[in-house]
Design a binder for this molecule. Sequence first.
Ligand SMILES: [Zn+2]
Length: 71
Amino acid sequence: MPILTLREYIVAGMQVQVGCMGGCGHRHKIDFQKLMDIYGPDMDAVEALRAGTRCRHCGAGTMFVTYPYTG
Ligand SMILES: [Zn+2]
């Protein structure tokens, strides 16, 4: 699977949801624009997702990508 950068995700209009692994069941959509502000446009999107997502509900550090889809 090719590496996709944050910019490529945004250009492609990709949307990704993450789910909390802390057990609260919280889910939210990824704001790629915000990740790009933090990591820059050439960051590997998957790495940015791993590093830059945290559950806003219970604060658990590990979120995972549940399903990417094109909107
Ligand atoms: Zn949570």
